[in-house]
Design a protein around this ligand. Structure first.
Ligand SMILES: Nc1ncnc2c1ncn2[C@@H]1O[C@H](COP(=O)(O)OP(=O)(O)OP(=O)(O)O)[C@@H](O)[C@H]1O
Length: 253
């Protein structure tokens, strides 16, 4: 497992300066400056279409037409050396429905270059991390939606990446599963992983250590849940977000 370095003076896991991304001839992200601190659960929140996936794709190095500075774990985003250090879970499940949980994870451990005992240990550790013990032999196609999401997460975990980039991992899950997943994210952060987790559900903001609030491709706030509520005087994250948007627009509400 990744170990936390001592002290607080740790370089950010992701450093973004002046990031602009154009897709289909349209500027989707414009001049973003932000840091993702190491060892924390950082929420990337914003409405549908605000650019969360585009930013995540840029961080993991699969996005074209990216301008500006984008460093991930000290390397330029997309560097070949980052392939094993960064895990990415997209919104679409990336696991095979006709294989069992264990077979899926064996496939991903092999892709991560882990063979023999190291591969078996990685599969066991990933299954434990996502609490899927007892489901090893079950076909993924017969799992519940929440269990399937956790297999995708386990697949991203097998190489023990330092940075996990998770695109809307809790979408469509019931409140209990959502809570369990957020608890798991914090457990992973305590082990030294950094998690960048997107959501368009504002009440998930309170579950993050830090928050990046995006709207229409610009950063509305880089804050903590407590500071967000204190700064806006709003009773919850959703109303705080609306207050910030009104402020940015020069509104009076
Ligand atoms: N190839 C493309 N050409 C033009 N516009 C695009 C292209 N891909 C994405 N977009 C636009 O970029 C904007 C940001 O999309 P993105 O998927 O990053 O948003 P998001 O915040 O992740 O949304 P959601 O929460 O719905 O997943 C959207 O308005 C989308 O329509």
């Amino acid at each position: 497992m990744v170990n936390k370095p001592p002290g607080d003076a740790v370089a950010p896991a992701v450093r973004v300066r002046g990031l602009t991304v154009v897709r289909g001839g349209i500027t989707i992200l414009e001049g973003l400056d932000l840091d993702v601190p190491a060892g924390q659960v950082v929420g990337l929140l914003g409405p549908s279409g605000s650019g969360k996936t585009t930013l995540m794709r840029s961080v993991v190095g699969v996005q074209a037409n990216v301008a500006g500075e984008l460093r991930v774990l000290g390397e330029p985003a997309g560097s070949p050396s980052l392939r094993r250090r960064v895990g990415y879970v997209t919104q679409a499940a990336s696991v095979y429905a006709d294989l069992s949980v264990a077979e899926n994870l064996q496939h991903f451990t092999a892709l991560a270059g882990l063979r023999g005992a190291a591969g078996r240990d990685a599969v066991t550790a990933a299954i434990d991390a996502v609490d899927l013990g007892g489901h090893e032999r079950q076909q993924v196609g017969s799992l519940s939606g929440g269990e399937r999401s956790r297999v995708s997460l386990a697949a991203a975990l097998v190489g023990d990446p330092e940075l996990l980039v998770l695109d809307e991992p809790t979408v469509g899950l019931d409140p209990v599963l959502r809570r369990d997943l957020w608890e798991m994210f914090h457990r992973l952060a305590r082990q030294g992983h950094t998690l960048l987790v997107s959501s368009h559900v504002m009440d998930e903001a309170t579950r993050c250590d830090r928050l990046l609030l995006l709207r229409a491709g610009t950063l509305v706030a880089d804050t903590t849940p407590d500071a967000l509520l204190a700064d806006t005087g709003a009773p919850d994250a959703e109303r705080a977000f609306l207050t910030l948007i009104d402020r940015a627009a020069g509104g009076t509400r």
